[in-house]
Design a protein around this ligand. Structure first.
Ligand code: NAI
Length: 382
């Protein structure tokens, strides 16, 4: 099959996530970078797009121009990635879905739960792909964990502990730095800062591995650096919809933590432990036996893990390959659709608009709980 046409909105020069999207969409030779509106400044957007090799007529000055021109092209885009700041995701995702494009939106999918519900309804109505970039679910050993849970290796999952903490907003002297300050300002960030930005990745990871969604939460949010309105440290207890108990800690003031995304899963017959900073190793402890270290790429792992892995065993494969697995999974779905086939919804391999909505419901419920003395609060998924 010919390469799929791919475009991006945002991700301009100097942005944090733009390069990752270009690298990861290209890794498996499934997508060809064809169009972009990459910067909020129209002149820079056109200049940067052409410098990256786009045809001048497809290096757009705004996403509105891109939509207007791309929707009438015969070689229209097969996938549009939205990598702009959070407050723009809803409007752009909605516009592209309504015009028949498949979308991969950066997280958070929207700013509010109501907007997230609208996107889920729109996705169902249009039938287009609407994926959300919870890229950590693409790690091969995360997919191995999910398969082991599915296979029943752990028995029923009783509980999990998830963390996503770093220490890069711990310096009170830097709290007024504009790049830091907006994150803790409710007018710009919404109802939650650290839980919504990082904790939600850990929660999505747990949901992905367990195959369970959060049902209710009890949250304790703290703004430890003086002057912050929103939390820089969050502790969230969870009850999942199929019975598992969850404990999640996310902090941005944890000096010494770097990119501390970890997940431990405890079942009736064994426990698993995985950490994003050592993604090639998965610790598996069957009950009453010694701990085993499963290594990415070794024989005997699940097909899902092998399919997600690219480099020979022992090489330091990491985040770009994990994110590329989201693109690989989306490409598989687009190609199937082009052939008139329909993939099993449980095997899509990429986070969907529904996952984006569950995240928004969890953020909403946790923020409400945190202002009500940690009262248990149900997620509103109706
Ligand atoms: P950034 O501020 O570094 O870059 C944003 C880019 O979007 C800039 O190039 C800017 O000019 C452009 N832009 C802004 N408004 C635009 C518009 N209306 N049209 C076109 N371009 C526009 O932001 P960063 O850190 O790259 O984050 C972007 C998104 O990616 C955020 O939603 C963030 O939450 C998400 N993100 C996700 C990660 C993940 O692990 N999935 C990791 C890092 C960021």
């Amino acid at each position: 099959m010919a390469k799929l046409n791919w475009g991006i909105i945002g991700g301009g020069e100097g942005s944090q996530i733009g390069l990752a999207h270009r690298m990861c969409s290209a890794l498996d030779d499934k997508f060809q970078f064809r169009a972009g509106a990459m910067d909020v400044d129209p002149v820079k957007a056109c200049e940067y797009g052409t410098r990256l090799g786009l045809e001048p007529d497809r290096a757009y000055g705004s996403w509105q121009d891109m939509l207007a021109a791309e929707k009438i092209r015969e070689d229209r885009l097969d996938l549009v990635t939205i990598a702009t700041p959070n407050s723009t995701h809803f409007e752009i995702t909605k516009a592209f879905l309504e015009n028949g494009f498949n979308v991969l939106c950066e997280k958070p999918m929207t700013m509010t739960l109501d907007e997230a519900k609208e996107i889920v309804a729109l996705q169902a109505k249009t039938g287009q792909i609407c994926a959300v970039n919870y890229g950590y679910s693409g790690y091969p050993m995360v997919r191995q964990m999910r398969e082991m849970v599915r296979n029943g290796d752990l028995g029923a999952v009783r509980s999990f502990v998830a963390e996503f903490s770093h220490g890069f907003h711990a310096d009170a002297a830097d709290a007024d730095n504009p790049r830091v300050r907006w994150r803790y300002d409710p007018k710009q960030a919404g109802v939650s800062a650290q839980f919504a930005d990082c904790g939600i990745h850990a929660l999505h990871l747990a949901s992905f591995v367990l195959g369970q969604n959060p049902k209710k939460v009890s949250a304790d949010f703290a703004a430890c650096v003086p002057g912050r309105e929103l939390e820089d440290d969050a502790l969230v207890a969870l009850r999942m919809d199929q019975g598992a108990v969850g404990r999640l800690w996310s902090s941005s003031i944890a000096i010494g933590r770097m990119h501390g995304l970890t997940l431990q899963v405890f079942g009736e017959k064994g426990g698993l432990r995985w950490a994003q900073e050592q993604p090639n190793q998965l610790y598996w402890n069957p009950i009453n036996q010694s701990v085993q270290i499963l290594e990415r790429g070794q024989a005997g792992l699940s097909d899902a893990s092998i399919d997600a892995s690219r480099l020979t065993i022992g090489h330091a494969e990491g985040a770009p390959v994990a994110f590329a697995n989201i693109y690989k999974s989306i490409a598989k779905d687009i190609e199937a659709r082009k052939l008139g086939l329909s993939l099993d919804q449980n095997e899509l391999g990429y986070p969907t608009a529904f996952d984006g909505m569950v995240s928004m419901a969890a953020i909403d419920a946790a923020a409400k709980s945190a202002t009500a003395a940690s009262a248990w609060t149900e997620l509103d998924l109706n």
